[in-house]
Write a protein that binds this ligand. Structure first.
Ligand code: PEP
Ligand code: MG
Length: 906
């Protein structure tokens, strides 16, 4: 651990750099870097992420003592550059205190502005600036933020508004004004007084007057916010480790609220929702940063073009736009030109889309932050491909810029055009995060979570969202807000999550207490259906039908790049022709696992299947199997046809027979009638199949070995279907796989049945089909003896679901009873059934591949457990030399990208 805990920056110099983000956090590292490349940034210092870990290990007091000297020196450094003094009554320096982790976590942790003010300093600030209104506006904001973040002031009930907001409404009401910036000095002074009283009343604490005490309180609160609920949840969703910690950046304040030549804003070098190469953003005159994101005042657009587009969406005509909501390009053309220059420079410097915060203080532009912008999956792909075409990045970088799991968003359904044309447009907001969402209206985050858990699809409707709403946003299909622009909390977070979001639908009147929203006389109640289009901002009453997404344009180009770079192939797990087709359209090169048991569950088939299981003689079973054969042959025909020309790996029957028999009286009666035996006899046979531990019981090849006639029937169906297709001119490539092998003899016996059946069938049909016989490797003993098994089996497919179950000894079906505790206590970092355990289970995979290829050098190896679609597991499969992974159809593009990245990383 580095001994230096504090890194200063300012005036074109910095102790840090962009590549120090692990230590300084993204914000701290970029503030340093911006200084180094000549961008105007207020001076300040960053306390490292290591200190955050120290803070949680050693506690507050020890860490404050360790930091004291360095922080005091750093404050002096800022005072020197700003020519003012922290806490000084005549010439005060004020600072902001901001969080900043290695990975950006927008809005999850806390920020405090205007720190250093008290009853005396505020007067000094008023004198120094000659602007009393500004001084008291800054002071009331400080008390409000500090009260919220450091002193923990929160609404008492969820239907209540923020306690400070309530006071503001009250004070504004005294003179009947509606906007915050209409308050006069006396009203602002009154706010400060009443805020402090409310703090004392609710928390029992006095507001601290000593600026140094304020600073330590704020620094510690930012560290504490690393462990707040929403930050923990966000880290969980994004897979960010708790050990990374947050840095704290303390920076001299510059003020956007000093009058009409001052402003503050947020901007993006490209469109974060669509990825279009359009500079865009929002600003407010005479305001501070939080006003833009909080959604209290309507933010204005930075560019004229954006402003015209915005006004159109909001139904505002040009005259009103120009007078009430002009763009920065129109009101501050010189500042706009500087801003535009710097944004372009920053994008070129980082070779990626930038999300920037700035403040204009009395005509002087300052940058407060830049970071690689959060973006939707669509924007991620478009930006990567555009930067590639613009020559900013190369192909490998373009591949690495895309996050495999985020491709999921591009596979979501979109509104059906015809249905959309008929739908009733209720209102319109801003297209904050694209996609189609439809669901029942809820107004609170906890309801969104609860309803979602009950299996309902919900659209969360809020006046605006706050970080507390994170879990609800994640549970909802989409988010609709009445207030807030394209950079509001709802918009930014929804884009990061890939959730559909319409923000700032101003016509919406929400009443939390009544749980209703009113739009032009239509009243929407909790539970009513709404559909929202995050790509156009449109809101529709009722449910609008959707259709599946397609792989076209930039997405298709990205997939071509994946094809060019990857070595590992991607197949799919599919048991129906439809799934096989979907996967093929997504680029699957074959079926890695067709689970035949899923094919027996439909009406007539399940009857024949039950008859087969409940039969008490070989003859009885064979009679039932004869009934099943045509169904199976037809099923395999469809699948082989859908995957024509590609290998289709069909697994013989796997699960315990007990799963197929009727457990209800009615079902048992039907079977008794069907088979001409008594119901008691049926019950006796059903009971005889019950097992204490079915996962380790009579399943897999144990079924085929006890009832070889099942294996024979399935072989006839698979190869028979292939012969039919061959006769029609298709090119079927069947593979037959034996499940749950632990001993090579188990495989041997099954292979003999398969080969003998095939020989007989080929003679009867007068034609032959080339096919392979392979095995699942999903029992540790099979992995340990892989060299023997490979002498017989032509290929291996790792069933990492069972292999995980049997390596850990965790039942696949029962892990939920202890997994949450294990995750919470960090005994396990992740669920091993989702993310392959590379050290344990992975070792078995790697070893089995090596051992298998020692006796059969051309042994094809793949994986078909759930891990085949999980990016880190896919990369592992590449590294240990598997030939392919197989995953569910909708994960195919994700696995393809992960496979290409694995090759590039090599
Ligand atoms: C496995 O065990 O990983 C596998 C793919 O088979 P199933 O999930 O059907 O047991
Ligand atoms: Mg299995």
């Amino acid at each position: 651990m580095s001994e230096k805990r504090v890194y200063t920056f300012g005036n074109g110099k910095a102790e840090g750099r962009a590549d120090m983000r692990n230590l300084l956090g993204g914000k701290g590292a970029n503030l340093a870097e911006m200084n180094l490349i000549g961008i105007p940034v207020p001076p300040g210092f960053t306390i490292t992420t290591d200190v955050c870990n120290e803070y949680f290990e050693k506690g507050k007091e020890k860490v404050v003592a360790l930091l004291k000297n360095e922080v005091e020196q750093a404050v002096k450094h800022v005072e020197g550059l700003m020519k003012s003094k922290f806490g000084d009554v005549e010439n005060p320096l004020l600072v902001s205190v901001r969080s900043g982790a290695r990975a950006s976590m927008p809005g999850m942790m806390d920020t405090i502005l205007n720190l250093g003010l008290n009853d005396k300093v505020v007067e000094g600030l008023a004198r120094k600036t000659g602007n009393e209104r500004f001084a008291y506006d800054s002071y009331r904001r400080f008390v409000q933020m500090y009260g919220d973040v450091v002193l923990g002031m929160k609404p008492v009930n969820k239907e209540d508004i923020d306690p400070f907001e309530a006071i503001i409404i009250d004070v504004k009401g005294m003179r009947g004004i509606s906007l915050d910036n209409e308050m006069n000095v006396d009203e602002l002074k009154l706010l400060v007084k009443r805020f402090k009283e409310a703090i004392k009343q609710q928390t029992g604490k006095d507001f601290p007057t000593d600026p140094m005490e304020q600073l330590w309180g704020a620094i510690c609160a930012v560290f504490d916010s690393w462990m707040n609920e929403r930050a923990i949840l966000y880290r969980k969703m994004e897979g960010i480790p708790a050990e990374w910690g947050t840095a704290v950046s303390v920076m001299a304040m510059v003020f956007g609220n000093m009058g009409n030549t001052s402003a503050t804003g947020v901007c993006f070098s490209r469109d974060a929702a669509t990825g279009e190469n359009i500079f865009n953003g929002e600003y407010l005159v005479n305001a501070q940063g939080e006003d833009v994101v909080a959604g209290i005042r309507t933010p204005q657009q930075i560019t004229k073009e954006g402003s015209i587009r915005w006004a159109h969406l909001q139904g505002i005509d040009e005259e009103i736009r120009v007078t009430k909501y002009p763009s920065m390009e129109e009101t501050m053309p010189e500042i706009f030109a500087q801003l535009d220059n710097i944004q372009a420079k920053l994008e070129r410097h980082y070779h990626d889309m930038q999300d920037m915060e700035f403040t204009v203080q009395e005509g002087h532009l300052w940058f407060l932050q830049t970071r690689n912008g959060k973006r939707t999956g669509t924007a991620m792909v478009k930006i990567a491909m555009d930067l590639l075409h613009e020559g900013e990045i190369d192909e490998k970088t373009a591949l690495e810029r895309c996050e495999p799991n985020k491709l999921d968003e591009l596979l979501h359904p979109v509104f059906d055009k015809e249905a959309l044309a008929k739908a009733k447009t209720l209102t319109r907001g801003l297209p904050a995060s694209p996609g189609a969402a439809c669901g029942q209206v809820v107004f609170f985050a906890d309801d969104a979570e609860r309803w979602h858990e009950e299996g309902k699809q919900v659209v969360m409707v809020r006046i605006e969202t706050s970080p507390e709403d994170l879990a609800g946003m994640s549970a909802a299909e989409g988010i609709l807000t009445a207030r807030g622009g394209m950079t509001s909390h709802a918009a930014v977070v929804a884009r990061g999550m890939g959730k559909c979001c319409v923000s700032g639908a101003g016509a919406l009147n929400i009443n939390y207490k009544a749980r209703t929203a009113e739009i032009d006389g239509n009243v929407i109640h909790e539970g009513d259906y709404l559909s929202i289009n995050g790509s156009t901002g449109e809101v529709y009453l009722g449910e609008v039908t959707t259709k599946p997404a397609e792989v076209t344009g930039d997405f298709a180009q990205l997939m071509d790049l994946c094809h060019k770079y990857s070595r590992l192939k991607v197949r799919t797990n599919a048991d129906t022709p439809h799934d096989a087709e979907v996967a093929r359209n997504f680029g699957a090169e074959g079926i890695g696992l067709c689970r035949t048991e899923h094919m027996f569950f439909e009406n007539e088939k399940i009857k024949a299947m039950r008859e087969m299981i409940l039969a008490d003689s070989k003859e009885g079973r064979e009679r039932a199997l004869e009934k099943l054969l045509p169904y199976q042959r037809q099923d395999f025909y469809g699948i082989l046809k859908a995957m024509d020309g590609y290998p289709v790996n069909v697994r013989l029957l796997d699960p315990p027979l007990h799963e197929f028999v009727p457990h209800d009286l009615e079902g048992q009666r039907v079977m008794a009638d069907e088979m001409g035996v008594s119901i008691e006899e049926i019950q006796r046979r059903v009971n005889s199949l019950s097992e204490h531990n079915p996962m380790l019981g009579h399943r897999g090849c144990r079924l085929g070995n006890t009832y070889p006639e099942i294996t024979a029937m399935q072989t006839r169906a698979i190869l028979g279907a292939a012969i039919d297709l061959k006769k029609e001119g298709y090119n079927p490539k069947p593979e037959i796989m034996v499940p749950l092998i632990g001993i090579v003899n188990e495989f041997d016996a099954q292979e003999q049945v398969i080969r003998a059946t095939a020989k007989e069938l080929f003679e009867k049909e007068g034609t032959e089909i080339p096919f392979k016989v392979g095995t699942m490797i999903e029992i540790p003993r099979a992995a340990l003896t892989a060299e023997n098994i490979a002498k017989k089996a032509e290929y291996f497919s790792f069933g990492t679901n069972d292999l995980t179950q049997m390596t850990f000894g965790y039942s696949r079906d029962d892990i939920s009873s202890f997994l949450p505790v294990y995750l919470e206590k960090k005994i396990l970092k992740v669920d091993p059934f989702q993310v392959l355990d590379q050290t344990g289970v992975g070792q078995l995979v790697e070893m089995a591949v090596k051992k298998g290829r020692s006796t059969r050098p051309d042994l094809k190896c793949g994986i078909c457990g759930e891990h085949g679609g999980e990016p880190s597991s896919v990369k592992f499969c590449h590294r240990v030399g598997l030939d392919y992974v197989s995953c569910s159809p909708f994960r195919v593009p994700i696995a393809r990208l992960a496979a290409a990245q694995a090759a590039v990383e090599e």
